[in-house]
Design a protein around this ligand. Structure first.
Ligand code: UTP
Length: 355
């Protein structure tokens, strides 16, 4: 047994995040100005992981590779999952790469306030056959739910009508290679996917020791658009105030980070706010929990509680933008007064709410 490795399954289709995922895979969407997958890698690095296998699809490989360029450590290997047959299958395709090491599976779209370390530490100390992160939820019926006996998980039930507890499976699992023998013979579920919960249930039935560990602090799964805003908010709570850029005739309050290449003129910014490289803010108001990607300009507009990606233009708006997710190179312009018209170029399945 060598050091613990980590797998980040990142080959899913991200359908719940459409239309954002029509053009870019979920792991490269940014929250707090960083691709989601880079937050996962940082968390694993902080937990002492030195080797990470990222499971990608044929379609997403290049973009994920690009998002991970210039990471020197931990060492990252991309592993192809040619067909998206479910999380259990995503883990199985990494079998050869894992070899006979212990490993953890970290869902690339999950965020934990205290990261992966508490789980990996407990797993390495007690060394059960599997250790699963469990989170207390108000309504467990939409999750995999654990029946417990002390620390031990004695049964896992997927989306139970009558939940045996309020402890749902969260996005980090630690395993010994024993799980691979089970995954190799697993049958697909009714929805046609190889489910990791089915594999864990079979592991329990084979007499293996499977431990549950409760998540302390907040946990966020960024599966839906509203989750991206929440994740952004939670991460921006950690912004370290730093004003290096040019700030002219403006009021900055709260925790705001402005890099040297950014410029703020005649504006008001109330943190926490994270501003990217080469951003220009002019005659604008930027409210709490907003991240602004590099090379974006915001002029004569008000924006708060939003995720604004790189190279966007937002200008001449007479209403405030709130709870918005704006993709790379998008433009939101106002300024036409009378008569009031809307001139829109809108891609498939976009949602525009004109209040
Ligand atoms: P999800 O169930 O959240 O699926 O997968 P998804 O495809 O990302 O999103 P939706 O449900 O279509 O909106 C949990 C994690 O497992 C990965 C996903 O990339 C995600 O990080 N996954 C899932 C794979 O790598 N391969 C699969 O076959 C399925």
């Amino acid at each position: 047994m060598g050091a613990v490795k980590a797998i980040i399954p990142a080959a899913g289709l991200g359908t719940r995040l459409r239309p954002l995922t029509f053009t870019r895979p979920k792991p490269v969407l940014r929250v707090a100005n960083e691709p989601i997958i880079r937050h996962a890698i940082k968390t694993l690095q902080d937990a002492g992981i030195e080797e990470i296998g990222v499971v990608v699809s044929d379609m997403t490989r290049d973009e994920i590779q690009h998002a991970l360029r210039n990471i020197k450590s931990p060492a990252i290997t991309l592993i192809n999952q040619h067909e998206q047959l479910g999380l259990g299958h995503a883990v199985l395709v990494a079998r050869e790469w894992v070899g006979d090491s212990d490993f953890c599976v970290y869902l690339g779209d999950n965020l934990f306030e205290f990261g992966a370390q508490p789980f990996i530490q407990h797993f390495t100390k007690d060394h059960p056959d599997a250790l699963i992160a469990l989170v207390e939820v108000a309504d467990p019926t939409a999750f995999g739910v654990a029946r417990m006996d002390g620390e031990r998980i004695v049964q896992l039930v997927e989306k139970p009508k009558v939940p045996p507890s309020n402890l749902a499976v969260a996005g980090i699992y630690c395993f010994t290679p024993r799980i691979f023998d089970i995954l190799a013979v697993l049958k697909p579920s009714e929805r046609g996917e190889y489910e990791i919960t089915d594999a864990i249930q079979a592991l329990i039935e084979s007499g293996a020791q499977v431990t549950g560990q409760k998540v302390q602090g907040w946990w966020k799964d960024t599966g839906r658009p509203v989750d991206l805003l929440d994740a952004n908010r939670l991460l921006l709570e950690r912004v370290v105030p730093e004003i290096k850029g040019e700030v002219i005739n403006s009021r900055i309050s709260g925790r705001v980070s402005i890099p040297a290449s950014a410029r703020v003129v005649n504006s008001k910014i109330v943190g926490p706010v994270l501003i990217g490289e080469n951003v220009v803010i002019e005659d604008a108001y930027i409210g709490p929990f907003t991240s602004i990607g590099r090379d974006t300009s915001i002029r004569q507009a008000e924006v708060e509680h939003s995720v604004i990606d790189a190279e966007t233009i937002i200008e001449n708006l007479d209403t405030r933008l709130q709870d918005c997710l704006i993709g790379v190179r998008a433009q939101v312009r106002g300024g036409r007064k009378v008569p009031r018209t809307h001139k829109l170029t809108v891609s498939d399945a976009s949602i525009i709410e004109l209040a």
